[in-house]
Design a protein around this ligand. Sequence first.
Ligand SMILES: [Zn+2]
Ligand SMILES: [Zn+2]
Length: 286
Amino acid sequence: MKHPDLFANRTAVLITKHKKDEVIFPVLAQTGMNLKLLDTIDTDTFGTFTRDIDRKGTQLEAARYKALKAIEETGESIAIASEGSFGSHPTIFFAPANVELVLLIDTINDIEIAGWEISTDTNHSHSEVSSVKEALKFAKQCGFPSHGLAVRPNTGGDNSDILFKGITSEKILKEAVNKSIAESLDGKALLEPDMRAIYNPKRMKVIEKATINLLSKIKSLCPECGWLGFEITEWINGLPCENCFFPTRGIAKHIYQCKKCNHKKEIEYPYNQKYSEPTFCDFCNP
Ligand SMILES: [Zn+2]
Ligand SMILES: [Zn+2]
């Protein structure tokens, strides 16, 4: 029994207001789905990066909420939604990271498949500036004007009505900075890159990679029952140190599990490495 064509010729609706279809559709075209855009719902009301609206729940919950909203709105049975987050990299110290999720939900077959990508190529940062000159310097570091900026007064900013978003022209940037400086109690403006995908080509690239990850999971079929979305569910560490043979935190096995029949498959040495470098050994290098 094989199910590789579960999605072929069915309509999938992508919910986005920020042109994510430009990177998601070319990748998912390979599935044979009819890809439809739903851009009439203001996804910003579900949460934004500029802190004017808080996001509800985890990244996965937020994407799921959007996808189900798209299904409810359109009456289609497949929806795709994407959600990003920004913070510190989980393993690289002090590195800012962008985690992107592209989620597919099929309500007829009760399928949920998540594509993920983590990248340190992000301009996520912020700066408090006291002058237009400082603002322009920070803007340049963020990749302005191909990457948009958001500006607000530095103090009272979170509660202030004054928030300029999606700035891509120097003239508007200068005006926004001067106005924010004038309004702020400490005479400073707070600058951040606008992290919405449409204003952030770096983020758009990470979303594309998350979509490629989603596609590879869709194509990964259970060897037992043929159901799609056969993916890694456990990472087993204990790769031996090449010096002392003591088990390290290095990954020794990947466990794949089918969501339909629960069939499990072990892949030993998934990174084609049988030993860990002593640098990662708690015994040799505590
Ligand atoms: Zn299976
Ligand atoms: Zn060792």
